[in-house]
Design a protein around this ligand. Structure first.
Ligand SMILES: [Zn+2]
Length: 475
């Protein structure tokens, strides 16, 4: 196994090498941007989905599944939306040997699949709110270089779509989504900032968009999810209206919430190091691996105790894996560290005799656990690991942001920049040109720096409408 490239000096090379080496995905499939989920990667994805499902259902959302094929006439109904997606869609124009009467779009996102049906489902104020989500594959013809999890053409996509009685109720749904994402990010141990996108960078068809971004070093950022308020922009063309208590017909206000497999890429990018990836417990395919260390004089002791540990942990509801293969223990340690397992339990002759195990977490912290108190100890050790992983990520996250007071400083800037901005599009674009990246927008959650109120726009020096904004170079 060759050494990994240096994460700091050559981030993308490191990322591609570590995803490959950890066997999360196989990118040798014959369609660019469409990757194969390996058994190990699939388990990580399933656990990611479980966190998303748990948190969104806790806010009163129900699962649905809509078809992947969308007729052209439905797809074309909202003009901003189609303008935004036109260059990215795959078309199905034939059925067998015949041309289809109506060409079909392979869903790039599901507004245009769902909303004609929402118009049938929503009749009265009693049908609202309608909060539904699905986790499906979507398809976008990406023209930029594809990268596993970060930029793909076949996307593992979580999308919530809701209909609300009015604008204020939809605003509250947006807030509820932001809170739900906060709980998901806690499970993923990912520090992030929620940022209201500028007008020119919102989702096609949205009234406003709030995205979640994380810094990934050297001033680069990664968008890991987004929430959108559509007002009546879709309900008008799709005719989604309801009879209010006063008998009047009103259009619903809509919201959406989108996440994807990019979260796995983010987990790799944030927690990975020179040894490989590091999974938070919630996502890890295996939370614990148990490695017996047999020796000539120890007899079957270590193997028996290791098996007992693995069985007890599985019965306790933990994802534990017994690695009793014939590789050397050192080679096993190396591989499980590379694959990001949170906790390794080593059982040698000394441990077997004393009915203990040596616990080494993915951050390299070592302690002895006793079989007498195994289940309780492992719960505690994994909690401590998640906490330490979160603290480590948070410390790195804090170091990535800096306040910038002139455009000159932005050139080749190696941090995520916090700038004072007057809100004008012209000044926004000047900031984007200077940093050779994007003005991500204005923060909706607290930044990791203590900030005085801003005084003058970094471009025009005006103080009217002044706010703090964030600029970076999106990956
Ligand atoms: Zn300005």
């Amino acid at each position: 196994m060759p050494e990994l490239p240096d994460k700091k000096a050559a981030f993308i090379d490191w990322y591609l090498a570590v995803v490959d080496a950890a066997n999360l995905t196989d990118k040798r499939y014959g369609v660019k941007g469409a990757n194969v989920w390996t058994p190990y990667g699939f388990l990580a994805r399933r656990h990611l989905d479980e966190v998303m499902i748990r948190e969104i259902e806790a806010t009163g959302s129900s699962p649905v599944e809509f078809p992947a094929l969308i007729p052209e006439n439905e797809f074309a109904k909202e003009k901003e939306h189609i303008k935004g997606f036109d260059a990215q869609v795959y078309w199905v124009t034939k059925g067998g040997l015949s041309d289809l009467d109506m060409p079909l779009v392979l869903r790039p996102t599901s507004e245009t699949a769902m909303y004609p049906i929402f118009a049938l489902w929503v009749r009265s104020h009693r049908d609202l709110p309608l909060n539904v989500y699905q986790i499906v594959n979507t398809f976008r013809y990406e023209t930029k270089t594809t990268r596993p999890f970060l930029r793909v053409r076949e996307i593992h996509f979580f999308e919530e779509h809701t209909c609300q009685v009015d604008e204020a109720a939809a605003d509250r749904r947006v807030r509820s989504n932001l809170d739900a994402f906060g709980r998901m990010a806690h499970a993923f141990a990912l520090p992030y900032v929620a940022i209201r996108r500028p007008e020119w960078d919102k989702f096609p068809g949205a009234a406003y968009s709030i995205a979640f971004d994380i810094p990934v070093g050297a001033g680069r950022t990664l968008q890991i999810g987004s929430v959108h308020h559509y007002r009546e922009n879709f309900s008008a063309p799709y005719g989604i209206r309801y009879e209010d208590v006063d008998g009047a017909q009103r259009l619903v206000h809509q919201t959406t919430f989108g996440l994807s497999e990019r979260l796995i890429g983010a987990i790799v990018a944030v927690h990975g190091d020179a040894k490989g990836i590091a999974f938070p417990t919630a996502i890890a395919p295996y939370e614990v691996v148990v490695v017996p260390i047999p020796s000539a004089e120890s007899g079957p002791g270590p193997e028996t105790v290791a098996r007992e540990i693995a069985e007890r942990l599985v019965a306790h509801g933990r994802r534990a894996h017994l690695d009793s293969g014939d590789e050397r223990p050192g080679a096993k340690y190396y591989r499980w560290e590379l694959q990001g397992v949170p906790l390794r339990l080593e059982v040698g002759r000394r441990e077997a005799a004393g009915r203990t195990a040596t616990a080494v977490d993915r951050l390299g912290r070592k302690q002895t656990v006793a079989l007498d108190t195994l289940e309780r100890d492992i719960d505690r050790v994994l909690d401590e690991f998640d906490h330490a992983l979160r603290e480590k990520a948070l410390a790195a996250y804090r170091d990535e942001f800096q306040i910038v007071t002139s455009l000159e400083e932005l050139k080749g800037y190696a941090h995520v920049a916090i700038v004072a901005w007057c809100g004008s599009e012209e000044c926004g674009h000047a900031i984007e040109t200077a940093i050779d990246g994007g003005l991500l927008g204005t923060p909706e959650t607290e930044l990791p720096l203590s900030l005085e109120p801003p005084t003058a726009c970094v471009v025009c020096r005006s103080s009217s409408g002044i706010r703090w904004a964030i600029a970076g170079r999106p990956l």
